[in-house]
Design a protein around this ligand. Structure first.
Ligand code: SF4
Length: 77
């Protein structure tokens, strides 16, 4: 008898996660202006990601914010 196994991993939903490298952030505020739903100031007056996962409806906005960072401090996890 032949048994076929089907891999369903491709059906997993990819959830975008981001973080800000605190050593690279120069506190310009571009990311917060571009996507305040995801980025905010932290107590050190640097940008941080305030959500565990980027909501799918604002992924494009978050990507634009990432691209707007002059020091490339925003990375995908
Ligand atoms: S755009 Fe980059 S450098 Fe500017 S506040 Fe955001 S993370 Fe920091």
């Amino acid at each position: 008898m032949v048994v076929f196994k089907i891999n369903y991993n491709f059906l997993e939903v990819y959830n975008l996660k981001m973080e800000v490298d605190q050593d690279l952030c120069i506190s310009c505020g571009a990311c917060i202006d571009a996507c305040p739903e995801v980025f905010d100031w932290n107590d050190d007056e640097k940008a941080c990601v305030k959500v565990d996962e980027v909501p799918s409806n604002i992924e494009d906005q978050a990507e634009e914010a990432m691209e707007s960072c002059p020091t490339e401090a925003i990375i995908k996890k």
